[in-house]
Write a protein that binds this ligand. Structure first.
Ligand code: ADP
Ligand code: MG
Length: 335
């Protein structure tokens, strides 16, 4: 059997259960944005790690070294935000071809430092080795939450409002512009910039993490069409999503119009937006939405509801009619 037949999650499922019997009490491992381990009487420690490989996750010709360093940390901080946590430290392992310019790597570390400074996350270690011909960057980030309060993918309940913390599809559209070598205008430059230098929703995640009305939460790294399925399968629920409520940026709408692209499909299936996807109990939604929108510049958007029926499935609706989606979100190894 080839990996392409089962995809990345099929592979992870083959071994994750065998290892879970080694988990000690209160530890929560494979299957969420971060692992959770008890830290002290008041806190849990959360840990995440993510790998960036040249020509799979980035093209050296299409991202500045500064942005590459920034993004390597940003995608990990995003998983901390997804649990409602505060980042506490990072570890950085890099494999580099022998002919890499030192000045190039200085810039990578400038970008990494810039984001570390913004959220006051110290770099506490890592590893550096030689690689045959591609750059490989692995980052591990630790964080902290108040004991028992980490926001899990498994916590969605019936009738919850499904929400996102910002426009979707910008990163996927930015990547498309780079891959199709389209001359960028001011709108598409914004999309490329979100693709190359996404901002982790640390402050939003911390704020939402403190609210009891927030049930499930995760970050959108593979597109909502794929990521929402994780919440549904872990929570044993279904969902109805109203696609006309999916927030789209002006830059995405303009660029899609200009190039004849379907902005909505990009928003539903494009990866690497790093906005938060969360479910809010129906009792708390109105008040929470109001408070959130007072606190943050970009409003929270309700895009659908959690349902008891159709477990593990998303029913897509557009203006009260069923809507069918051409393809799901991103999955390594799958075409
Ligand atoms: P995310 O996109 O939030 O980083 P993924 O969807 O990539 O999460 O991974 C899903 C879960 O599988 C996570 O809990 C992650 O830690 C775990 N996981 C992925 N690959 C491995 C692996 N090789 N070994 C152990 N756990 C893994
Ligand atoms: Mg994640």
């Amino acid at each position: 059997m080839k990996l392409s037949e089962i995809g990345e999650f099929g592979f992870i499922n083959r071994f994750s259960e065998k290892f879970s019997s080694l988990n000690r009490n209160e530890e929560c491992g494979i299957g969420d944005d971060c692992a959770i381990m008890p830290l002290d009487d008041q806190h849990d420690q959360i840990v995440t790690t993510d790998l960036l490989i040249e020509d799979i996750h980035f093209l050296r010709s299409e991202i500045t070294p500064f942005d590459l360093g920034y993004k390597a940390l940003a995608v990990n901080l995003s998983d901390i935000a997804a649990m409602g946590g505060k980042p506490t430290a990072s570890f950085l392992s890099i494999a580099l071809p022998g002919d890499t310019d030192v000045e190039y790597m200085d810039q990578v570390m400038e970008g990494y430092h810039n984001l570390s400074e913004k959220y006051q996350v110290p770099l506490l270690g890592g590893d550096t080795t030689k690689s045959p011909d591609k750059i490989v960057i692995n980052v591990c980030v630790t964080g902290r939450v108040k004991k028992g309060t980490a926001k899990l993918r498994s916590a969605a309940t019936n009738d919850d409002f499904i929400c996102v913390t910002g426009p979707l599809g910008d990163s996927g559209a930015g990547l498309k512009i780079l891959l199709e070598k389209i001359n960028p205008d001011s709108s598409s430059r914004k999309l490329i910039s979100w693709h190359n230098r996404p901002e982790p929703a640390i402050n939003e995640g911390l704020w939402l993490g403190n609210k009891t009305g927030v049930n499930a939460m995760m970050d959108i790294s593979d597109g909502i069409a794929s990521d929402l399925l994780h919440i549904l399968s872990k929570s044993g629920k279904g969902a109805t999503v109203y696609v006309e409520s999916i927030p789209l940026s002006t830059a995405l709408k303009e660029t899609a119009d200009h190039n004849g692209w379907n902005a909505l499909e990009l928003a539903l299936t494009g990866g690497e937006d790093y906005r938060l996807l969360l479910t809010i109990s129906s009792r708390s939604f109105k008040k929470l939405e109001k408070e959130y929108n007072k606190e943050f510049q970009i409003p929270i958007s309700c895009v659908g509801r959690i349902t008891e029926k159709n477990p593990g499935q998303i029913i897509w609706m557009k203006e009260n009619q069923p809507y069918s989606l051409d393809r799901g979100g991103f999955n390594h190894f799958r075409e």
